[in-house]
Design a binder for this molecule. Sequence first.
Ligand code: NAD
Ligand code: ZN
Length: 348
Amino acid sequence: MRALRLQEWKSEPELVEVPEPTPGPGQVVVRVGAAGACHSDLHLMHDFEAGSMPWNPPFTLGHENAGWVHALGDGVTGLTVGQPVAVYGPWGCGVCARCRVGVDPYCENPAGAPVPSGGGGLGLDGGMADYELVPDARHVVPLPDGLDPVDAAPLTDAGLTPYHAIRRSWHRLAPGSTAVVIGVGGLGHVGVQILKATTAARVVAVDTRADALQLAEECGADLTVPSGGDAVEQIRRATGGRGADLVLDFVGADATLRLGAAVARTVSDLTIVGIGGGTLPVSFFSVPYEMSVATTYWGSRPELVEVLDLGARGLVRPKTTRFGLDEALTAYHRMRDGTLEGRAVIVP
Ligand code: NAD
Ligand code: ZN
């Protein structure tokens, strides 16, 4: 079968022939319907090096996948061949306190996971291939009626990651509140939709690109603000001077972290999702009182079920552009150059 493999750090992936996987006991092979292209893959190609992660290439890219059950290993029950499924991407040890409640991203026994702090497309072979081997059937989540794999794939990361980041701040997002989304790309545009579908917050979207702000408006943003310039003043004004109850930074650069802290309200959450390599200096008078800063990594398995429900009911609908496996590099180049709207999905 074909697979788009990252062969080494600081390189672009290559489309190569590899053997088709066969499932061992408890495992599942999924025929890939779609694999989303994530900006994290660009970090894997260009920013990471030996020692950045507890694993190394080579492996097949694609950590945002959905498709159909193709083959079941011995002992797997409750799934049938041909059934449409999403793949839950973070693969923990399965037995620690966190994995037991479906929070694999924060697995406390990484040495017991297939690879520490990774999954398919992140240290192990992922979904940018004709088939993906899922090492434990618990990661295979049946799709609800009304959701096909191409629409479901982006929900497993571009949907699940913002969903988790928003859900943990639901208590701040009552009527009268404001949420700011910085970076309206693959994750951010779904984040805007999730805020609109699950909270009463007024949503302000920030990006450097006019196209992205246009997409934010289509996704229901109440106000769009170009990054830089007088963004801080515009957002402060829009909140009656108070600031935002939640800032979601889907970029994570110095400039966006600074912006986030400058527009956050007293008693608020500044949640960093983007892996832009920036830092936020914090001292007593430099940030709002009781502004909590957190990074978040992906989301839980129960949250994936909730996101898929939002998708099946049409409340959250990622904007996707399809590419073949042989066009995957084009998709990544367009992401790098800022000429993609929403999410690119690779359809093998
Ligand atoms: P993307 O390329 O699709 O979107 C990024 C958006 O940010 C683009 O619209 C871009 O124009 C905008 N942007 C860039 N610089 C900006 C600035 N200074 N101000 C405002 N907007 C700016 O990327 P994506 O796939 O949505 O991923 C976003 C980030 O989240 C990446 O760093 C990725 O690695 C990270 N990520 C984190 C997790 C996690 O679990 N924490 C999961 C997935 C992705
Ligand atoms: Zn990702």
